[in-house]
Design a protein around this ligand. Structure first.
Ligand SMILES: [Zn+2]
Length: 256
């Protein structure tokens, strides 16, 4: 049986979706990823991850996959041709409209599965807005937690593989092997940031940035050693971790 929300008929919403269902909204992006990757990376990773997680645990946990949002807030890449971006105000308004649309289905739990680090703070804000306005229980997951928000990246990248770096490039090589041009990639790590104790990615002091602040190519990390094998391993680890997390989402009750 399909677990795609859009494959249901309208009358089936009442019989298939209930207060114990979990709806998953994949949130991608279409934005520059340097010369070695296509614009689609975050969209493809969000969509493929959601599909694999729903395949893994959808029947058991009553999870339904909403159509992916391909375009989101990518204005740190607005300087680059190719990037398609919504403003923060527009993305928040769209999420609010989706929350309003979901509320009457009877589903109580909505998971945002976010493939684009540039959305993270806004989506975290949206969790509370949707909770307050529509009574939804809201959750934010990432295929991999972005390094700027406490996630890890490799030592050779000094923890700064935040965009088009080793892990993201590897995962994309696993998913779309024909679309990676590794011969065009180089190491692009803003080394001097490593000397800072506070003002750095994931540090105690955050800073506003655009992706061409660090170098004109707009990717940050070292994709040169990327392999599909590494990507497969990372992807499978991610699916296992997110499926396990989904079990906690299923029963989460604020500790009451
Ligand atoms: Zn990306």
């Amino acid at each position: 049986m399909s677990r795609l929300y859009e494959d249901l008929t309208a009358p089936e919403i009442a019989t298939e979706i209930s207060s114990s269902s979990i709806l998953v909204l994949p949130v991608g992006a279409v934005e520059q990823h340097g010369p070695h990757l296509p614009l689609s990376v975050d969209h493809v990773i969000a969509h493929e991850t959601a599909t694999a997680v729903v395949d893994e645990c959808g029947d058991e946990l009553d999870v339904w996959q909403l159509p992916a949002m391909s375009i989101s807030k990518s204005n740190e890449h607005a300087w680059s041709s190719g990037t398609l971006s919504l403003s923060a105000e527009t993305l928040m308004a769209v999420l609010r409209d989706i929350g309003r649309s979901i509320a009457p289905t009877g589903a109580k739990r909505l998971v945002l599965l976010n493939g684009h680090g540039g959305n993270t703070t806004l989506l975290a804000t949206a969790l509370r807005e949707l909770r307050l306005e529509f009574g939804l229980m809201t959750f934010l997951m990432h295929p991999a937690l972005p390094p700027a928000y406490g996630g890890s990246s490799t030592e050779s990248e000094l923890g700064m593989g935040i965009h088009g770096g080793l892990d993201e490039t590897s995962v994309f090589m696993h998913l779309r092997p024909d679309q990676v041009r590794l011969d065009r990639a180089a190491r692009q790590v803003p080394e001097s940031l490593e000397r800072n104790t506070h003002v750095k990615f994931g540090g105690s002091v955050s800073f506003g940035w655009l992706s061409n602040d660090f170098n004109p190519d707009g990717y940050i990390g070292d994709p040169t050693g990327a392999t599909a094998e590494r990507g497969k391993q990372l992807f499978e680890q991610s699916i296992a971790a997110l499926s396990e997390a989904m079990e906690e989402v299923k029963v989460f009750d604020f500790g009451r």
